[in-house]
Design a binder for this molecule. Structure first.
Ligand SMILES: NC(=O)c1ccc[n+]([C@@H]2O[C@H](COP(=O)([O-])OP(=O)(O)OC[C@H]3O[C@@H](n4cnc5c(N)ncnc54)[C@H](O)[C@@H]3O)[C@@H](O)[C@H]2O)c1
Length: 401
């Protein structure tokens, strides 16, 4: 199925036209022309249960048609590439259907509501022969990709200690309407799953696999929210009804992680961090240096090396024309030109299309989605049972849809 010919029509469908479906549409629209010589790519269908949302997104980015039932997308043989941008509880069913229909599939994080369910999808994908991936767009921020290379090259020595935080403001306002994100059986978790999935993926990419969660704590600060008067997307505000519903997902979670290589560190995620907008930041100390990054300054990273006259100071390393992704995809890849969130999304979609065209493995695979799900489940178990949880414990229950 991979490494296909120009003559094969590859219709693209995005299922879910909410906040992040738009980021997928933007990515395909930006990068599709790069692959026109290898693949006959068409922006085919936007599918959403809300017909109006599907129509607006299709019109904005030039998709040919709309649908309201994702099963119609699966039944359409002209559609060969599917992005799944639906609420978390629908992911596993739709990805399984896409694999069954032998369509290349890129699924939003979290891949599934449980590690067992994510593992079932990985097993199914192995037999399908299609390109299947989990959305981990932060991997494609040039400064982060450069840090990954740097740490792997041994530049700062073996990792000793790692601190990573993904803190957002979107849930801090008690007038944010109640949504599927506030319901454990629909979201799988709150800040931990929504934001922590990204932080866990970056932690794994830089430090390697996580072996144990030594301890964790979580809290829900806003325990009830008002229902919206009409459907809202993403973190949109809107008119509220007078009816409230409980929130049973976490607003903040902290955990202490141990990695296979002996490095340990702190992980923190919040959706009620006033003033922090959407801020992913981390610092890794190795035996010979420290690297650090914050999405507040997305066009650079900082490094301090032991020894010489610079001990105790950080150097700023701006994006360069040679930086990963900047080199391949940016029109102006020169020193320090910042890279935004939507661009990192586009880089990921370019790599996804590239893997379909060439047959090369796609980084940010379903296995990466599974590994993140295992770590998140270990954190949740550690919170609930107030004890250390080894990752080897996870995933021994039956798959959950
Ligand atoms: N990668 C990232 O940085 C990032 C950022 C935000 C959200 N996400 C993920 O993207 C996914 C979607 O989040 P969102 O904020 O866009 O949600 P959203 O609520 O804004 O949009 C979801 C859309 O799915 C539609 N929908 C729901 N059930 C459907 C069904 N059965 N069939 C067809 N349409 C259906 C809704 O009408 C809505 O338009 C989530 O899994 C979330 O975790 C990822």
């Amino acid at each position: 199925m991979t490494g296909q010919q120009r003559t094969d029509r590859h219709g693209i469908a995005i299922i879910g036209a909410g906040m992040i479906g738009a980021a997928h549409a933007f990515g395909y629209r930006m990068h599709l022309p790069r692959f026109r010589r290898q693949l006959d790519l068409q922006l085919s269908t936007i599918c959403d249960a809300r017909a109006e949302a599907a129509g607006t997104l299709a019109a904005t980015y030039g998709f040919e048609s709309t649908a309201t039932d994702w099963r119609a997308v699966m039944a359409d043989d002209r559609i060969r590439i599917v992005s799944v941008a639906l609420p978390n509880f629908v992911h596993a069913e739709v990805v399984a259907a896409a694999l069954q229909a032998r369509k290349h599939v890129l699924c939003e994080k979290p891949l599934a509501l449980s590690a067992a369910s994510a593992r079932a999808l990985c097993d199914q994908a192995k037999a399908s022969g299609v390109v299947a991936g989990t959305v981990f767009n932060y991997r494609r921020v040039p400064a982060i990709a450069e840090i990954v290379k740097l740490v792997k090259s041994g530049e700062i020595g073996p990792p000793i200690h790692f601190v990573i935080q993904y803190q957002c403001e979107y849930g801090a306002d008690p007038n944010l309407p109640h949504s599927w994100r506030d319901v454990r059986e629909k979201a799988g978790g709150g800040a931990l799953v929504d934001l922590g999935t990204h932080a866990i993926d970056i932690a794994r990419l830089i430090c390697g696999d996580i072996s144990e969660v030594l301890g964790a704590a979580a809290a829900t600060v806003i325990t009830r929210r008002y229902l919206p008067m009409s459907a809202t997307a993403g973190h949109d505000h809107g008119a509220l009804s007078s009816e409230q519903r409980p929130v049973d997902t976490d607003d903040v979670t902290s955990a202490m992680l141990v990695f296979d290589n002996g490095c340990h560190g702190m992980f923190l995620t919040s959706r009620v961090a006033v003033g922090l907008g959407s801020t992913l930041s981390f610092a890794l100390s190795g035996t010979r240096g420290t690297v650090r990054y914050t999405s507040a300054a997305p066009g650079e990273y900082q490094i301090a090396r032991m020894g010489g006259s610079h001990t105790g100071t950080f150097s700023i390393v701006p994006n360069r024309p040679t930086s990963p992704y900047a080199h391949d995809y940016l029109p102006v890849p020169h020193d320090g030109v910042p890279v935004g969130y939507a661009e990192s999304f586009g880089f990921m979609i370019a790599e996804f299309l590239g893997s379909i065209a060439s047959g090369a493995p796609f980084e940010g695979s379903l296995e990466d989605g599974l590994k993140a799900a295992e770590a998140l489940e270990a954190v949740q178990r550690s919170v609930e049972q107030r004890r250390p949880v080894a990752l080897s414990e996870i995933g021994k229950t039956a798959p959950v849809a």
